[in-house]
Each structure stands twice: as structure tokens, then as C-alpha cells.
Design a binder for this molecule. Structure first.
Ligand SMILES: [Zn+2]
Length: 259
């Protein structure tokens, strides 16, 4: 009764509403209500909490996905989520992102993933990729990219490769390339994927979001690769005519190239 009354009161009195901000939302619906209190408006109709460590915030259409750790995010971070959703310019989004990533989702030490490793028999492939990484770094990025862990994966089947940023738990950044991709499509394609992942590495190291948005596309064109998340199997002219669903705006640790 008292809480119902105070909720009613909060809604009517903006100062009381500020006090209500100390309550930690318990679930997606409460977090959505909090974000609306902070000015998000009604454009987002559904908020889904995720446990995907690689994604912090992502929205597309009327749905917002957000890592459950953000239930405990402080108000300035939640305000940045609102700003991210409402932003209309790249600069606004970048500023919001910078604020959002300051909040690190805690992860108990015991749940730290054991880092996958390249199978010994594939080590020569990984070594070849490391050589290309160095050559491309010198050729396209003026040698500015950091040396990064490069791994060949036997698990990745539909994904061709991915870049994963350093995690807050201290796992290092890495590029993984699918072994079956190298075997099925050959080195030229695999190197295209490597360069694609290097553009994500560049985004990360420059403080951009790791995604396939406009910074990705312009840098991809600059280094001469297809500015797409997927492997191009359709001629460019046909591709241009098909209506494309807008990609979700995502703040996350990983981007993958898929078939
Ligand atoms: Zn990508």
C-alpha cells in the first residue's frame, strides 16, 4: 500500500521521481520503465535482457536488447543508453557508447571462459595468418594495429571469422578464422576475412563501435574489401537493388563475418 502510494506520488512529483532512481530494477520491464523515466520515450516497446557477454546494448526497430548486468548500472550509464537509442548522429552515438562501455558487467572469476586454442595440426595455418596480419598491418594500417592473438577454429562452421575485443575480465583480444572456411574457399578468401576482422580491430583500437556501420564501411572500402558482414556471393549490382533490413545498432565486444 505504502509503496503503491509512493509510486503514485513519484509519478506526479518530479523530485520524488529522482529519489525513485535509487531502486534497482529487477527485470526487463522495470528497466524499460526506468529508461522511460530517463527520457527514452515510447519508441522501444520491448526490452529483452540477455546473457550474451559479447553484447552490451543492441537495438533494432522497437526492440532493445541489453545485458542483464545493466540492471545494476548507475544512472549516468542508463542515461547514456537512452542517448544511444535516441541519437540521430554518429557523434552522439559515439559519445553515448563511450559512456556505456565504462560500465563493466561483473563476471565471477569461476565463470571465466577457458580460452579456445588452435589445434596443433592447424598451427601452420595460424602462423600463415599471422604473417598476413603483419603484412596487411604494414600495408593498410601504417603498422598502427597491435599484435593480436590469431587462432584457427574448427568449431566455426557458418561463421567465417570474428574479432573479439579484450574483455573486462582480462581475456585478450583475438581474431579467429574458421578452418573450414580456409579449406572450402581457399587462402584468398580467408585473407579477405582476415582483413575484414582487422577493420574491426581498427574500430576497437580507435574507440569506435565494433559493428558493420558507417565507420566499418568507409574503412573497408579504403583497404579494398567488400564492406559487408557477409561473404559476397551475389554480384554487387544485384545486391544494390534488394531492399536491405537496417542492421541493429549494437555495442558489443565481438563482430563476426558469416556466410
Ligand atoms: Zn564483421
Amino acid at each position: 500500500m505504502l509503496s503503491a502510494l509512493s509510486r503514485l506520488f513519484r509519478r506526479r512529483n518530479p523530485h520524488q521521481l529522482e529519489l525513485g532512481f535509487h531502486d534497482v530494477p529487477n527485470n526487463g520491464a522495470e528497466l524499460l520503465a526506468r529508461l522511460r523515466q530517463l527520457g527514452m520515450g515510447n519508441a522501444i516497446e520491448q526490452l529483452r535482457l540477455t546473457r550474451n557477454r559479447m553484447v552490451m546494448v543492441s537495438f533494432s526497430g522497437h526492440e532493445l536488447r541489453i545485458h542483464e548486468g545493466y540492471l545494476r548500472a548507475p544512472e549516468p550509464v542508463l542515461r547514456a543508453v537512452v542517448a544511444f537509442v535516441r541519437s540521430r548522429s554518429r557523434a552522439d552515438r559515439a559519445a553515448a557508447r563511450a559512456q556505456i562501455v565504462t560500465f563493466q558487467v561483473d563476471r565471477p572469476q569461476s565463470s571465466r571462459r577457458r580460452l579456445p586454442r588452435t589445434v596443433a595440426a592447424d598451427e601452420s595455418m595460424a602462423e600463415e595468418l599471422r604473417g598476413w596480419h603483419k603484412a596487411y598491418n604494414d600495408g593498410y594500417f601504417a603498422g598502427t594495429l597491435r599484435t593480436v592473438a590469431i587462432r584457427v577454429s574448427r568449431r566455426m562452421k557458418t561463421r567465417l571469422g570474428h574479432y573479439t575485443a579484450r574483455s573486462s575480465a582480462g581475456d585478450p583480444a583475438e581474431i579467429a578464422i574458421s578452418r573450414s572456411h580456409i579449406q572450402r574457399h581457399g587462402w584468398e578468401e580467408a585473407c579477405h576475412t582476415l582483413l575484414h576482422e582487422m577493420v574491426h580491430q581498427w574500430q576497437d583500437e580507435q574507440g569506435h563501435s565494433i559493428d558493420h556501420g558507417s565507420t566499418f564501411r568507409s574503412k573497408a572500402r579504403e583497404v579494398g574489401i567488400t564492406p559487408l558482414a557477409r561473404r559476397a556471393v551475389v554480384p554487387a549490382k544485384q545486391r544494390g537493388s534488394a531492399p536491405r533490413k537496417p542492421a541493429p545498432l549494437t555495442i558489443g565486444l565481438r563482430a563476426a563475418r558469416e556466410e
